[in-house]
Design a protein around this ligand. Structure first.
Ligand SMILES: [Zn+2]
Length: 124
Protein backbone atom coordinates (compact mmCIF):
# COMPACT_ATOMS: atom_id res chain seq x y z
CA UNK A 1 0.00 0.00 0.00
CA UNK A 2 1.35 3.42 -0.89
CA UNK A 3 1.06 6.02 1.75
CA UNK A 4 0.20 9.48 0.66
CA UNK A 5 0.42 11.91 3.49
CA UNK A 6 0.64 15.64 3.16
CA UNK A 7 4.19 16.95 3.59
CA UNK A 8 3.08 20.07 5.45
CA UNK A 9 1.10 17.90 7.81
CA UNK A 10 4.16 15.73 8.42
CA UNK A 11 6.30 18.78 9.12
CA UNK A 12 3.77 20.03 11.65
CA UNK A 13 3.57 16.66 13.33
CA UNK A 14 7.33 16.50 13.49
CA UNK A 15 7.46 19.87 15.23
CA UNK A 16 4.78 18.79 17.68
CA UNK A 17 6.67 15.60 18.43
CA UNK A 18 9.98 17.39 18.86
CA UNK A 19 8.39 19.89 21.25
CA UNK A 20 6.84 17.04 23.18
CA UNK A 21 10.19 15.27 23.31
CA UNK A 22 11.95 18.36 24.65
CA UNK A 23 9.28 18.70 27.31
CA UNK A 24 9.58 15.05 28.31
CA UNK A 25 13.37 15.34 28.53
CA UNK A 26 13.00 18.35 30.81
CA UNK A 27 10.57 16.47 33.02
CA UNK A 28 12.86 13.45 33.12
CA UNK A 29 15.75 15.60 34.27
CA UNK A 30 13.84 16.94 37.23
CA UNK A 31 14.08 15.63 40.77
CA UNK A 32 13.36 12.00 41.33
CA UNK A 33 14.86 10.69 38.12
CA UNK A 34 18.48 10.20 37.21
CA UNK A 35 19.95 9.92 33.78
CA UNK A 36 21.68 6.58 33.41
CA UNK A 37 23.66 6.59 30.22
CA UNK A 38 22.90 8.01 26.86
CA UNK A 39 20.00 10.33 26.47
CA UNK A 40 17.20 7.84 26.51
CA UNK A 41 17.82 5.83 29.61
CA UNK A 42 16.55 6.93 32.95
CA UNK A 43 15.99 5.46 36.34
CA UNK A 44 14.04 6.47 39.41
CA UNK A 45 16.08 7.73 42.34
CA UNK A 46 15.88 5.93 45.65
CA UNK A 47 15.98 8.77 48.17
CA UNK A 48 17.90 8.73 51.42
CA UNK A 49 15.94 10.32 54.25
CA UNK A 50 17.68 8.53 57.12
CA UNK A 51 17.94 5.24 58.96
CA UNK A 52 14.85 5.29 61.16
CA UNK A 53 11.94 3.02 60.39
CA UNK A 54 9.55 5.82 59.49
CA UNK A 55 12.25 7.40 57.34
CA UNK A 56 12.77 4.12 55.54
CA UNK A 57 9.03 3.83 54.94
CA UNK A 58 9.01 7.37 53.54
CA UNK A 59 11.93 6.50 51.27
CA UNK A 60 10.05 3.55 49.82
CA UNK A 61 6.93 5.65 49.27
CA UNK A 62 8.92 8.41 47.58
CA UNK A 63 10.76 5.87 45.46
CA UNK A 64 7.50 4.32 44.30
CA UNK A 65 6.27 7.76 43.30
CA UNK A 66 9.50 8.44 41.41
CA UNK A 67 9.31 5.07 39.75
CA UNK A 68 5.80 5.47 38.38
CA UNK A 69 6.58 9.01 37.23
CA UNK A 70 9.75 7.80 35.52
CA UNK A 71 7.96 4.89 33.83
CA UNK A 72 5.19 7.10 32.49
CA UNK A 73 7.62 9.65 31.12
CA UNK A 74 9.82 6.98 29.65
CA UNK A 75 6.92 5.28 27.86
CA UNK A 76 5.81 8.64 26.45
CA UNK A 77 9.34 9.40 25.31
CA UNK A 78 9.63 5.98 23.71
CA UNK A 79 6.42 6.56 21.75
CA UNK A 80 7.47 10.04 20.66
CA UNK A 81 10.85 8.72 19.46
CA UNK A 82 9.10 5.91 17.63
CA UNK A 83 6.79 8.37 15.86
CA UNK A 84 9.77 10.56 14.86
CA UNK A 85 11.53 7.51 13.47
CA UNK A 86 8.44 6.65 11.47
CA UNK A 87 8.36 10.11 9.96
CA UNK A 88 11.96 9.59 8.81
CA UNK A 89 11.09 6.19 7.40
CA UNK A 90 7.96 7.46 5.66
CA UNK A 91 5.73 5.19 7.74
CA UNK A 92 4.16 7.81 9.94
CA UNK A 93 0.40 7.71 10.45
CA UNK A 94 -0.06 4.03 9.64
CA UNK A 95 -2.05 2.04 12.17
CA UNK A 96 0.12 -0.69 13.72
CA UNK A 97 -2.85 -2.99 14.13
CA UNK A 98 -4.65 -2.88 10.79
CA UNK A 99 -2.29 -1.02 8.44
CA UNK A 100 -4.83 1.66 7.53
CA UNK A 101 -4.08 5.34 7.90
CA UNK A 102 -4.75 6.82 11.30
CA UNK A 103 -7.28 9.66 11.18
CA UNK A 104 -5.45 13.02 10.81
CA UNK A 105 -7.60 14.55 13.56
CA UNK A 106 -6.42 11.83 15.89
CA UNK A 107 -2.78 12.43 14.94
CA UNK A 108 -3.19 16.14 15.46
CA UNK A 109 -4.53 15.58 18.96
CA UNK A 110 -2.12 12.77 19.76
CA UNK A 111 0.94 12.90 17.47
CA UNK A 112 2.47 9.69 18.79
CA UNK A 113 -0.67 7.61 18.21
CA UNK A 114 0.15 4.14 16.88
CA UNK A 115 -3.36 2.87 16.19
CA UNK A 116 -6.45 4.20 14.45
CA UNK A 117 -9.66 4.96 16.33
CA UNK A 118 -11.29 1.64 15.41
CA UNK A 119 -8.34 -0.40 16.63
CA UNK A 120 -7.96 1.73 19.71
CA UNK A 121 -11.57 0.91 20.59
CA UNK A 122 -11.12 -2.76 19.77
CA UNK A 123 -7.87 -3.33 21.63
CA UNK A 124 -8.17 -1.17 24.70
ZN1 LIG B 1 -6.30 0.30 12.82
Amino acid sequence: MTITIDKDFLEKQKKLLEARKAQLMRELKMDGVKNLHGDNEFDAIFPDFGEKEDENAAEVAAYEGNLSMEKNLEVSLFNVNKALKKIDEGKYGVCEKCGNMIEPERLRAFPSATACMDCKKKFS
